[in-house]
Ligand binder design. Structure first.
Ligand code: NAD
Ligand code: USQ
Length: 382
């Protein structure tokens, strides 16, 4: 298949591009390097040193003989996007290219506006581009499990059957997102659903949980192929962040009570889920939703798991319950359905102590790169 990976310089996109290339698909990456620029803005860095995208792609070709086409540009620039679509004629468009940090979107008005303009406009352009240039192309869009929030009922995959005043219908599952970033994904989902209905576009919305880990078989082939890894209070995510905190001797930062429960998956499952979606495209006019996570944990539970492994490895690791910078439930019901990807063949990598230990050993080799003052959360929701 010919597949465009938009956001292919990022944490999920880079290993996905390599994995799909290894499986024999023809890959083109679009990226505007916004994430690297945000590192400069925040005076932060990836824990791992990351080569330029040109160097990464050259190294991949040197090792495997496989070519990945590169397009430096912004999805919000429609003329640029149209040219790429005309040239590549993709069968699938994998869309990772968004501002993905909830805290970044909550810094101030400018950051909220940037997040929603970047994400919503980029996705609208992709929809119009598919309609005008490649109407058979399957859009595989990264949404987020947080679109649903934390309702007091089980979360279905996209739709729920409702009986109301004696009548029944299957309707989109209610959305109660917890940041301007998560809201941007809800707006995207609505726009995609509408475009499928009116133009017959085929789309899969992957409501992905929090991704942990960093390396895949492909990124491990050479240091130039190493993936980025975020740990700071703005882009670092639970679990990866806890593991890195343990290696530099900082307390694990559980916000509030720590009963916040989320869906999680290993980066090795992210790349496989994308291939499964690509190989099993949605029908024309179908807006298909998969909940892309493999297990659910509370952040308190994760901190305890990391503490145990870190202590076994000789670290003196404590858990700190910080005042929660976010507005969210800290103790709640959470039960989300995740059967559709498994029905299509996903065999999950589950989290155990050895997985945590392996990530911990990898991150230990880079711990001198940690800018410690960036670890504590600075952005508040209120
Ligand atoms: P990331 O920030 O590491 O990568 C995103 C990439 O997209 C970056 O390289 C950035 O430069 C690029 N980009 C952003 N806006 C762009 C634009 N307008 N035009 C072109 N390129 C642009 O993020 P990630 O962690 O790899 O996440 C990828 C996607 O998966 C995001 O949409 C995110 O919302 C979603 N997701 C991520 C996680 C996670 O835990 N990391 C979980 C669920 C969903
Ligand atoms: N949390 C802590 N301590 C920390 C960091 C986070 O207790 O040091 C808590 C947060 O308060 C929150 C939960 O852990 O309750 C998750 O926070 P996170 O920063 O790990 O993840 P989140 O902000 O939800 O965003 C991440 C990605 C985003 C993706 C989302 C999937 O950055 O791109 O969409 O995970 S989900 O959470 O399922 O919506």
């Amino acid at each position: 298949m010919k597949i465009i990976v938009a956001g292919g310089d990022g944490f999920c996109g880079w290993p996905t591009a390599l994995y799909l290339s290894k499986q024999g698909h023809e890959i083109a990456i679009i990226d505007n390097y916004a994430r690297r620029k945000i590192d400069n803005e925040l005076h932060s860095n990836s824990l791992t040193p990351i080569a330029s995208l040109e160097e990464r792609v050259e190294k991949w070709q040197e090792i495997t003989g496989k070519q990945i086409n590169l397009y430096e540009g912004d999805l919000t620039h429609y003329d640029f996007l149209k040219e790429v679509l005309k040239k590549e004629q993709p069968d699938a468009f994998v869309h990772f290219a968004e501002q993905r940090s909830a805290p970044y979107s909550m810094i101030d008005r400018e950051h909220a506006v940037y997040t929603q303009e970047n994400n919503v406009t980029g996705t609208l352009n992709v929809l119009f581009g598919i309609k005008e240039i490649v109407p058979d192309c399957h859009l595989i869009k990264l949404g987020t499990l947080g679109e649903y929030g934390t309702p007091n009922i089980p979360i279905e995959e996209g739709y729920i059957e409702i009986e109301h005043q004696g009548r029944k219908d299957t309707l989109p599952f209610p959305k109660q997102p917890g940041s301007f970033y998560h809201l941007s994904k809800v707006h995207d989902s609505h726009n995609i659903m509408f475009a499928c209905k009116i133009w017959g576009i085929r789309a899969t919305d992957l409501n992905q949980g929090i991704v942990y880990g960093l390396e895949t078989d492909e990124t491990k082939l050479d240091p130039v192929l190493t993936n980025r890894l975020d740990y700071d209070g703005v882009f670092g995510t639970a679990l990866n962040r806890f593991i890195i905190q343990a290696t530099v001797g900082q307390d694990l930062t559980v916000y509030g009570k720590g009963g916040q429960t989320r869906g999680f998956l290993n980066i090795n499952d992210t790349v496989r889920c994308i291939e499964i979606a690509a190989k099993n495209p949605a029908d024309h006019g179908e807006f298909r939703v998969f909940n892309q996570f493999t297990e659910q944990f509370s952040v308190g539970e994760l901190a305890e798991k990391v503490q145990k492994v870190a202590q076994e490895e000789g670290f003196d690791t404590e858990i700190a319950h910080l005042e929660n910078p976010r507005v969210e439930l800290e103790d709640h019901f959470f039960q989300a359905v995740n059967t559709k990807l498994k029905d299509l063949g996903l065999e999950p990598y589950l989290l155990d102590e050895n997985v945590i230990r392996e990530i911990l050993k990898t991150v230990m080799t880079y711990k001198e790169r940690v800018i410690e003052k960036n670890i504590l959360p600075q952005v508040k929701w209120k």
